[in-house]
Every structure is written in structure tokens, then in C-alpha cells.
Design a protein around this ligand. Structure first.
Ligand SMILES: [Zn+2]
Ligand SMILES: [Zn+2]
Length: 259
């Protein structure tokens, strides 16, 4: 991937490897611009993220590799932030970073992408679950806090698919993303999950292209060996949808690069 903006570090307690190993794998893969966007701290679900006390350690560790490898690759500093009402924190939203990824991992505090809580899918109509998820994405976009929307259709992770047309369910969310001038990531983590395809699907990506929403690329690596996997697949997907450019951010300012 020429650009790879969503990657984690061991500080979130569910990723492995050293920060420099992620960077070296990215250099080896020909990445020009590599972003760390570890899970931001939050007073909810604390075991899967760094604490507020660790923000400085995280930011310094990323700035250290940025300096160390500056002749070989550009490293960017970011957070992946949970869009969850009542838990978003000014210390994160105002952090001095290159960009913020906004992600929905919870519907009304249900961690729908966590296998531990998979049982809930049987207790609610699947179409309603999908609509609630995309309503949260729409609110995320309207909040104006974020530069990139993370894994747009994460709700498909376990392959519980709706009966209703997904492009229709996602329509208002995509329009809000366009209106907020946000970027959509093509995230390969879905290839590692039961759904076995990228986030978003080719069909939602096409819809985003038609609305004029820019994209970027993400490994969403939680291990160094996951960096730049499935690069060929998502590059082809992006081209097939019509895209020729992808976004990076420096200090919250967007720039487009050809891929
Ligand atoms: Zn994670
Ligand atoms: Zn995520």
C-alpha cells in the first residue's frame, strides 16, 4: 500500500509486536506514508485500549520512529476514536495529531464486533441492527470530530447479513460523510474475519465514489505481519470503483496522492 493510515500498537492490549517492526514491514512493502492510529483511551471497555495516562507515551513513541525512519518513510500520528455517546473525551478530540479516525464498535454499548457478545445477534431483527449501526455512522459524520470514517460496514463482520438492500440502509450515512467532507478508508481487516472481504464492500464503495467521497487505505494491523496484506485486492477494488487518488493527513490537513 502506498498509503496505510490505520494501524495499532501493543499499547491497546490486543496487538502484538514492536512499533519499529510495523514500520520496517511497511518500508519493506513499499509504503510511502504509514499512520499509527491506535485505539484512543475511553472510560468504557478499558481493557482493549491504552489509558489516558499512556497517551503521551504513545505519541512520543510514534514521533520517535517518525524521526528515526524519516529518510525511508513518512510516519503519521493519529488515534482511532470510538464514536460512543457520553464517552468521547476532549483530551483525545483535541490531541495534537495528524488525523482522527472515527469508528463505531458499539451499538448502545453492545460490542457487536466482539465474539464474546455474538449471542445478541439472535435477540434483535438483523435489519434493525444494521440500521442502528448506520444511524451511528451518520451521527459520527455529523459530529464533525473526525477526518476518516473507520471500516464503514463493520457490522457485517460475522456475516449476519440484512434482508434489506445495504446501499439503502447506508444511504443517509454516506450522504452525511460527503457533507462532512470526510474520507472513507478501504480497510483489509475484514479479510481476516468471517465475512472475508474488505470494509466497505465493492457495492458501497461504488456508491461512495458516485457521491464524490475520497478514500484512503488501511491495513488495520494488530501484528507487524499484517501490514500491507491484501494490498493488491484493495488497490484493484479502488480502481474498479473509479478511484485514482487516496488521502493522507498532516496536522488535520488533507492531501491527495495518486496510487
Ligand atoms: Zn483493535
Ligand atoms: Zn476499529
Amino acid at each position: 500500500m502506498i498509503v496505510d493510515l490505520h494501524n495499532h500498537t501493543p499499547l491497546c492490549n490486543h496487538a502484538e509486536g514492536e512499533i519499529f517492526e510495523y514500520v520496517e514491514k511497511a518500508i519493506e512493502s513499499g509504503t510511502k506514508c504509514f499512520g499509527f492510529s491506535d485505539h484512543a483511551p475511553m472510560d468504557f471497555d478499558p481493557k482493549y485500549r491504552m489509558s489516558f495516562d499512556q497517551m503521551q507515551e504513545y505519541e512520543q513513541a510514534v514521533l520517535n520512529v517518525k524521526e528515526k525512519y524519516k529518510d525511508k518513510i513518512e510516519i503519521l500520528l493519529a488515534y482511532e476514536v470510538d464514536y460512543l455517546n457520553g464517552y468521547m473525551d476532549e483530551r483525545v478530540l483535541n490531541a495534537d495529531v495528524d488525523y482522527l479516525i472515527g469508528s463505531v464498535h458499539f451499538i448502545d454499548e453492545w460490542g457487536f464486533d466482539n465474539p464474546e457478545f455474538i449471542g445478541h445477534y439472535e435477540h434483535e431483527d438483523i435489519d434493525i441492527i444494521w440500521q442502528k449501526y448506520f444511524n451511528a455512522i451518520e451521527e459520527l459524520a455529523k459530529s464533525g470530530h473526525f477526518d476518516i470514517v473507520g471500516h464503514l460496514d463493520l457490522i457485517k463482520v460475522f456475516k449476519f447479513m440484512p434482508k434489506k438492500d445495504i446501499n439503502l440502509i447506508a444511504k443517509n450515512a454516506l450522504q452525511a460523510i460527503k457533507k462532512a467532507d470526510m474520507v472513507l478508508e478501504l480497510n483489509v481487516a475484514g479479510y481476516r474475519k468471517p465475512v472475508a472481504e474488505a470494509y466497505p464492500s465493492a457495492s458501497l464503495l461504488k456508491q461512495a465514489y458516485e457521491l464524490g467521497i475520497p478514500i484512503t487505505f488501511s491495513s488495520d494491523a494488530h501484528k507487524p505481519e499484517q501490514v500491507a496484506l491484501f494490498n493488491d485486492e484493495i488497490t484493484k477494488m479502488a480502481r474498479d470503483a473509479g478511484y485514482t487518488e487516496c488521502a493522507i493527513f498532516r496536522k488535520r490537513k488533507r492531501e491527495m496522492l495518486n496510487f
